[in-house]
Design a protein around this ligand. Structure first.
Ligand code: ZN
Length: 284
């Protein structure tokens, strides 16, 4: 039988765990060869002590070193067969001056990075590829660029893989928002009990619409059986997890809340219809 191969194009160390940790582990358990392409080194994540990018205590190169090690651990936990680091510099959030650094992923010509990705696609010939939608799922320049280089690389190869974008259905997003609001209320109550008065949060951050209409979702993968591995992979990215939504949950809650991963099919060479429960539907 033909070797099944999955390849995901992710922007930063930790994205592989948050949006595809479950499918990576599940597919590895099924004997599928799994390839992770991580485009940037993640220089502009938080430092290990929580220092934020742009502050004097934050050293991007140091952060990248720590994140490289964390990524190795996550790759082990998820049983990923091959990690390809494209090694571009993190571009920072939209509008940051780091966007314009010529070494940044965002400033790299799409064709140049697409050539390198196409090289990997030719070597591995994955049947199924995953990346983010054209908005980079949440608007981060490196995520948008991951989408662009993937689409461009598809033009450079001699076959068409099935492409999926990761997604969160609106119905699930609503559930997350409720959870966040609940956490917020608990935090406020705890602060008030200690006599701390917090400024009300500005609403602007919540305006970003991360959800996808439920009817557009075409793959729903039950990853509850591997949710411990997904949890451990996220936990491996310790430098990025302080105060994280995920790490506030115990493993049972995590399984319930994070036990599924959702995708939207973009190319469909196997002429699938409707919602599938396996990213390799049509190939086995
Ligand atoms: Zn990212």
């Amino acid at each position: 039988m033909e070797q099944l191969t999955f390849l995901a194009v992710h922007a930063h160390p930790d994205d592989e765990a948050s949006s595809t940790g479950g499918v990576f582990r599940l597919l590895a358990n099924q004997g599928v060869r799994t390839i992770l392409v991580t485009c940037t080194n993640g220089e502009y994540g938080d430092a290990l002590d929580g220092a934020k990018p742009g502050t004097s205590e934050h050293d991007g190169d140091e952060v990248a070193k720590i994140r490289a090690k964390e990524l190795n651990t996550s790759v082990d936990v998820l049983g990923i067969s091959r990690l390809v680091r494209l090694g571009y510099r993190d571009s920072g959030m939209s509008g940051w001056p780091q966007n314009d650094n010529p070494e940044s992923f965002w400033s790299t010509p799409v064709d140049e990075a697409a050539q390198r990705l196409a090289e990997v696609l030719r070597e591995e010939r994955p049947q199924v590829v995953m990346t983010y939608n054209e908005f980079g799922f949440y608007g981060h320049p490196d995520h948008i660029q991951a989408n662009r280089i993937t689409l461009a690389a598809f033009e450079l190869i001699d076959y068409e893989p099935t492409l999926y974008y990761n997604a969160i259905p609106n119905s699930v997003m609503a559930m997350y928002r409720e959870r966040w609001a609940e956490e917020e209320r608990e935090q406020r109550a705890a602060d008030e009990a200690k006599g701390i008065v917090r400024e009300p949060e500005s609403a602007s951050e919540e305006e970003v619409d991360l959800g996808t209409a439920d009817e557009l979702i075409t793959a729903v993968i039950d990853v509850s059986s591997v949710s411990d591995a997904k949890y451990d992979a996220l936990a491996a990215h310790a430098s990025q997890m302080s105060g994280s939504f995920w790490m506030k949950m115990d493993r049972d809650q995590f399984r319930q809340v994070m036990g599924r991963e959702w995708f939207v099919r973009v190319t469909n060479p196997r002429h699938l219809s409707g919602v599938v429960e396996d990213l390799f539907a049509g190939y086995r």
